[in-house]
Write a protein that binds this ligand. Structure first.
Ligand SMILES: [Zn+2]
Length: 302
């Protein structure tokens, strides 16, 4: 028994060796082809599953909103450059002066922006120059100055001057000059007595990314253009009226004044019909403004 027992492991080893030999035997060529096919099918199925799971990369950046850009999957705001040609927000300041009665009066006013030229002759006006050497303005805006340096005259009812006085001959047609950054036509919002015979127009102006409304006063007219009514649009070059001396008998000239509306009023024309031009010039409704902030420059390179 012992020798048999001693050989048993050898017999078992032989049997195992034979089994392994059988297992390692290369498969039949047909079996090999079937195995390759199965492997290829498995690989294809796995690829399909991976494709179903993975998001399909989009070549366009449709998931970012307008004004944003895709920075490696994160939507970030597009860098913006300031629009230097859109107009600057001109701040209002408080100032004061002694009225003729001696009463101290405080008011708000919008002074000329530092980047706007001080030289009145650098701007475009609705009438030709009427002074020697092509000069336009005989008396300018002074409501930003201190009390002592504001305009006072024996025959002047007001202290200080919120407009520009442009001398010309009587009857000279006044042709509309749109404001800088104006949108649409100017609209007539008043005709009647204010600075003598006066026409007032409303202008919508794009300023520092918003829309603002400005008023333009044409004073001391010989008369308004025929047919001018409240709500009438006046395009560029359209006739506003004619230069005169109404309310200013000593000098034939155009009083050209700008005010900025504090807010938009849907019922503006109704209020003007009820109250008159005083409604538009009320400090609660509009602020007096140096015209040089909004009237166009003759030559932008100047
Ligand atoms: Zn004036």
């Amino acid at each position: 028994m012992l020798p048999l027992l001693r050989h048993l492991p050898t017999t078992t080893g032989l049997l195992l060796g034979a089994a392994l030999l059988f297992a390692k035997r290369p498969p039949h060529p047909r079996g090999q082809a079937l195995l390759a096919q199965a492997a290829a099918e498995q690989e294809a199925a796995e690829q399909e599953a991976r494709a179903r799971l993975a998001p399909i990369p989009t070549p366009t950046l449709l998931h970012c909103a307008a004004g944003e850009f895709d920075d490696d999957g994160t939507c970030l705001p597009m860098p913006t450059e300031p629009d230097l040609d859109e107009g600057t927000d001109a701040p209002a300041f408080q100032n004061g002066h002694h009225e003729k009665s001696g009463k101290w009066s405080l008011y708000e006013q919008i002074p000329r922006l530092p980047e706007r030229p001080a030289d009145y002759d650098a701007y475009v006006y609705p009438i030709p120059a009427g002074m020697p050497n092509g000069h336009y303005v005989v008396s300018g805006y002074d409501l930003h100055l201190d009390d002592a340096h504001q305009r006072r005259g024996r025959n002047l009812s007001h202290v200080g001057h919120g407009g520009l006085d442009i001398p010309q001959v009587k009857g000279m047609p006044i042709k509309m000059v749109p404001m800088e950054h104006q949108e649409g036509d100017a609209i007539v919002v008043f005709t009647g007595k204010y600075f003598g015979t006066t026409v007032i127009t409303l202008h919508t102006v794009r300023e520092a990314g918003m829309l603002r409304e400005y008023l333009l006063f044409f004073g001391h007219l010989d008369g308004p253009a025929p047919g001018l009514k409240l709500g009438t649009p006046i395009p560029e070059g359209g006739i506003v009226g004619f230069v005169g001396d109404t309310g200013s008998p000593e000098l034939v000239h155009l009083h050209y004044e700008v005010r900025r509306m504090r807010a938009h009023h849907d019922d503006l024309l109704d209020s003007v019909r009820k109250i008159g031009a005083g409604y538009l010039a009320d400090d609660a409704i509009s602020i007096i403004c140096d015209p040089r902030n909004v009237i166009p420059l003759r030559n932008k390179d100047r």
